[in-house]
Structures are given as C-alpha cells and as structure tokens.
Design a binder for this molecule. Structure first.
Ligand code: SF4
Ligand code: SF4
Length: 165
C-alpha cells in the first residue's frame, strides 16, 4: 500500500464519504456469503503490503473496548490488580463498555509499538475486522472504520473495482 500520510487519508475518506454511503447501501443488499468471499481476499491482499507500524491510527484515534478477560490478562501482565488497572486507565462509555480514558492509547510508544502487544485486548487483535466471518453484520462498523484505517479504505476501494468488473 501507499506510504501513509494520515492527514491525506482523512481528507480522502472525507471526500469519499457520500460515495461510500451509496456503496454501503448497495452492499447491504448483497447475499451475506458473497460478501465474505469478496472481502476476505481483499483483506489479505491489502494487509500483505500494509505496515501497521507506519500508521497506528487505530491506537491513536479510537482505541479498543476492554472485556473483563482483557482486563484480568493485562493487569496480570502489569502486575497490578484488575481494579487498579480499571481505575488508572479505563472509563465506562455510553454503551456501558470499558474504554480508554485518553487517546492516543497510553500503551502506544512513540515508535508505534504496543507495550502490551502480547496481551493486548481482543478488539485490538481483531481490528479492523475485515477478515471476520459474517461481514454483512459488520458493514456499519466497516464504513465507520474507513476514516480510521487506511487499509480499510483500500479494501473498500478495491471492492468497488471488483464489483464494477
Ligand atoms: S489503522 Fe489500520 S492500517 Fe493503521 S495501524 Fe490500525 S489496522 Fe493498521
Ligand atoms: S493496547 Fe496496544 S494495540 Fe491496543 S490500542 Fe493500545 S497500543 Fe494499540
């Protein structure tokens, strides 16, 4: 994929926002199994040439949800009590989920490495979810993630190309 300029990416995804709204409406009408077959190879293709260490925009601008399992695993790794971890780093959002108190993520280094990589939240591991089954259930999220993730932007642009041919 191209060299990342996150400012450029933000600008580009804004420009595409109307076009994408129309495109996602069309996608919602597609057969659910067809969508997985179309999106999964594009995910592989795009991530083969994506270096997340040059980007880290997800860690800088959105951050994950933390499940109870995530909290106990990370707290254990940091050798603190889960309640201390929650108090120090997390807050409860409007959907009653645990999320980070501040962004960029406190565990993101200046070199874009994650200091808790091996025990990071499941949501970080799975982001941007374009290789998960039942893509039709994730269309709203994927459309939202276009703005966050240059790889999702490319996957969707390639998908438009595939469906045109
Ligand atoms: S925003 Fe996308 S491309 Fe950037 S680091 Fe996250 S997953 Fe990788
Ligand atoms: S925990 Fe790690 S992978 Fe997850 S948002 Fe923070 S820095 Fe990124």
């Amino acid at each position: 994929m191209q060299n990342y300029s996150l400012a450029q990416h933000k600008e580009q995804s804004k420009l595409k926002s109307k076009e994408n709204q129309v495109f996602f409406k069309l996608l919602k009408k597609k057969n659910s199994k067809v969508l997985d077959k179309l999106i999964h190879p594009l995910h592989e293709e795009v991530f083969e040439c994506t270096d997340c260490l040059e980007c880290a925009n997800c860690c800088k601008t959105t951050g994950p949800l933390f499940t109870d399992k995530d909290i106990s695993r990370i707290a254990k790794y940091l050798k603190i009590k889960p309640s201390r971890f929650t108090e120090k780093y997390l807050r409860i959002d409007e959907d009653r989920d645990y999320v980070l108190q501040t962004l960029p993520c406190v565990f993101l280094g200046e070199d874009n490495y994650c200091s808790i990589y091996n025990v990071r939240p499941k949501a970080c591991k799975e982001f941007p979810h374009t290789d998960r089954i039942k893509q039709y259930q994730l269309l709203k999220l994927t459309e939202k993630n276009i703005e966050v993730c240059p790889a999702v932007f490319s996957i969707i642009e390639r998908l438009k190309g595939t469906l045109r041919t």
